[in-house]
Design a protein around this ligand. Structure first.
Ligand code: 6GU
Length: 256
């Protein structure tokens, strides 16, 4: 069919496929799936065990607390999902979700949004056998400096950030505004009706109809908000000299 693009295929390897039931059945994501832009396939790692009890974890060599995910079912699950793929999709990125991974950000989301296929492995317990990292995963991602009980919520975060970047997924929302992190700055304040709510008024400039003034105001708000809240983001933002001086002044004032 003319103009029809193939869906991006995301294979998720997890011990808890039920954790993905809600998030992908809603909103933007649901539309992307129905529209054939993305296809999520869930695979239970437990299905790739061969023993009677379907055991996926074991005690760590060397002792210590906690359990470690065994390598065999994970290797076999990845090999199974990669089988019988067209050549272009036969060796996709295999991403292990782990607190030891590289910190996820918008740049990584953009990088992943360019792939035809992704394989995500959700880690669990005290960790994953090191041979999975060394010989199977091509990338490791963390979503922040805190500990989750498993990689599933992290996989949902990564997929959300990636899918909304796929061509055709976003309609009106954010498509023209370029959300927060595309400019490297935090979002400027947004208002909608009513213009006065409980005596709190929307800034006059936004009601002025003067688009040049509105654009300038928004830009200044984004720069000053970023300087106060997340000054480290300014290192990668493109600022005019004037904006740079404003940011420097606010950063020093350190008021909010
Ligand atoms: Cl990817 N996994 C787990 N278990 N905890 C995390 C994480 C991932 N990212 C931040 N904390």
């Amino acid at each position: 069919m003319y103009g029809r693009i193939r869906p991006v295929i995301i294979d998720i390897l997890t011990l808890f496929p039920d954790m993905f039931n809600g998030p992908f059945d809603t909103g933007i994501f649901n539309r992307a799936v129905s529209g054939g832009l993305v296809e999520v396939r869930l695979h239970n790692i437990r299905d790739y065990t061969h023993d009677k009890h379907h055991i996926t974890d074991d005690y760590p060599f060397g002792g210590g607390g906690g359990m470690v995910l065994k390598p065999e079912p994970i290797f076999e699950a990845v090999e199974a999902v990669n089988k019988d793929r067209p050549e272009a999709e036969a060796s996709p990125p295999v991403i292990l979700l782990t607190p030891q991974g590289r910190p996820f950000n918008q740049q990584i989301a953009e990088e992943l949004a360019g792939k035809k296929r992704l394989v995500l492995i959700c880690g669990h317990y005290e960790g994953v056998d090191e041979r999975v990292r060394q010989h199977l995963a091509t990338d490791e991602i963390s979503i922040g400096d805190y500990v989750l009980s498993g990689g599933e919520p992290a996989a949902i975060v990564v997929i959300d950030a990636v899918v909304r970047l796929l061509p055709g997924v976003l309609g009106r929302e954010a498509s023209t505004l370029g959300g927060s992190h595309t400019s490297g700055l935090l979002q400027f304040p947004q208002y909608t009706r009513p213009a006065r709510y409980r005596n709190w008024e929307v800034p006059e400039v936004l009601l002025s109809g003067d688009h040049a003034r509105i654009t300038a105001w928004r830009r200044e708000q984004a720069v000053s908000r970023t300087a106060r809240r997340r000054p480290e983001l300014l290192e990668n933002a493109e600022l005019t000299q004037r904006e740079g001086r404003l940011a420097e002044r606010l950063r020093k004032e350190d008021t909010c």
